[in-house]
Design a protein around this ligand. Structure first.
Ligand code: HEC
Ligand code: HEC
Length: 371
């Protein structure tokens, strides 16, 4: 045991000389709150896909939020990006860049929301493919990112930002590519771009989620894999996803936003415990704590038919809790652990990914007060 431990320690500097994927994976847990566990992003809420984007582009784009070229204070504050080292940013970019599910039909979720594919194709051929490539894969030499596989709403919004000079296209403040386009033409472009990733699909080929790599390089394995009876041990901080409420968002705002979002996503509020209120009624002083329970019965059914142990995760809970500094935090079990577990067969994996994403969406709505 000792021997293999020191051997691992010896090997570690070698591993981290380039990018440290295990560190990247760990950091990605905070990104997954908005971008999805695998950086898949989400359609309909302006959350771009990060998986498979070139590492250099991801690093550059991430730093643009820190140097003020792009603007997303909530992303910076929830992840602590401003306190991360350059190496951390390299590592998470390398991890996200290494994820490829483009061949898997289940991730073919780029949805067209209108527009003419033919018209979009014509504009793209005339104006875009010199930099973003004919197949939409982007050209690293021109620092132009891939556009295929990216969510339509995000692409639409990005082009509007270029047009309105809120974001700089082609790293050129003078760029006027989008000045003349109507909203219809921009929509047509997204319609065409949404078709490009279909060429990558391979029937029957399924994405295998990357296994947690922490255990492989960490001197103290965090997750005890084999079950020898007794309690299985996991590092508890890894099982929880956490977000502070944005400055100015009150508990009432957060609760209203969460409940509205849940209705929108077809999640039923099946329980609510105002723990601190109850205690205060008894005259006990206590930090704020409310627990919200959500469930979608159809999803619960799929999970339990697959394996009854999943019932222990139900209903999904989000707690609103005041920490030691008086800051309100939202917390939930991150189903990430479950999704990465070897227990999950295909259709259950789909459900687990979707449920986790919905719960994160509810939490996001609460943290930002927006829905
Ligand atoms: C609170 C939600 C949230 C969290 C958490 C979050 N992001 Fe984002 N991220 C967004 C949104 C929204 C955008 C789109 C903003 C825009 O239009 O510029 C974005 C955009 C990006 C982009 C630009 C993508 C592109 O195609 O140009 C990168 C890169 C990125 N995020 C990296 C990260 C990383 C790395 C983390 C974790 C350390 C992270 N994000 C965590 C919400 C989030
Ligand atoms: C001269 C090269 C060039 C041409 C031509 C060009 N682009 Fe770009 N484009 C870039 C570069 C470089 C970036 C990356 C900007 C950055 O780092 O923020 C970019 C970024 C984008 C993005 C943002 C992607 C993301 O993930 O955030 C979109 C959308 C986009 N371009 C669409 C288009 C469309 C549509 C056209 C044609 C109408 C076009 N571009 C033509 C170079 C080009």
């Amino acid at each position: 045991m000792r021997k293999s431990l020191s051997l691992l320690l010896l090997l570690m500097p070698l591993v981290s000389q380039g990018a440290d994927l295990a560190n990247g994976e760990r950091i990605n847990r905070s990104c997954s709150l908005c971008h999805g566990i695998y950086g898949q992003g989400a359609s309909g809420r302006l959350s771009p896909r990060l998986a498979g984007l070139p590492q250099e582009y991801l690093v550059k784009a991430t730093k643009d939020y820190l140097n003020g070229k792009r603007n997303n204070p909530l992303m910076v504050s929830t992840t602590g990006l401003d306190k991360m080292s350059d190496q951390d940013i390299e590592d998470v970019a390398a991890y996200l860049s290494s994820i490829d599910f483009s061949y898997d039909r289940r991730f073919d979720v780029v949805q067209r929301f209108g527009g003419s594919v033919d018209n979009g194709k014509e504009i793209y051929g005339d104006e875009c493919d010199t930099c973003h490539a004919k197949n939409g894969a982007g050209k690293p030499k021109k620092e132009a990112p891939p556009l295929r596989g990216q969510h339509s709403e995000y692409l639409f919004q990005s082009m509007k930002m270029f047009q309105n000079q809120v974001r700089i296209h082609d790293n050129d403040p003078e760029d006027d590519t989008f000045n003349e386009y109507s909203d219809t033409e921009i929509m047509d472009l997204t319609a065409y771009l949404a078709t490009l990733d279909n060429a990558l699909l391979v029937d029957g080929k399924r994405f295998v989620p990357p296994r947690p790599m922490m255990a492989a390089v960490s001197p103290q394995p965090k997750v005890q894999k084999k079950h020898h009876g007794g309690l299985r041990i996991t590092d508890i901080t890894q099982t929880v996803a956490q977000m502070p409420l944005k400055a100015g968002v009150t508990k009432e705002d957060a609760i209203e936003a969460m409940l509205s979002k849940a209705v929108e996503l077809n999640l039923k509020l099946v329980g609510r415990q105002d723990v601190s209120k109850e205690l205060e009624a008894r005259g006990v002083e206590t930090p704020y704590l409310s627990i919200f329970q959500f469930c979608n019965p159809m999803d619960a059914r799929v999970m339990v038919i697959s394996n009854p142990i999943f019932s222990s995760y139900m209903p999904c809970r989000i707690s609103l809790v005041e920490d030691q500094n008086g800051q309100l935090q939202l917390m939930m079990l991150n189903l990430d652990m479950l999704i990465n577990s070897e227990l999950l067969p295909g259709e259950v994996l789909d459900t687990a990914i979707r449920v986790n994403q919905s719960m994160l969406d509810v939490m996001m709505a609460g943290a930002s007060g927006e829905f």
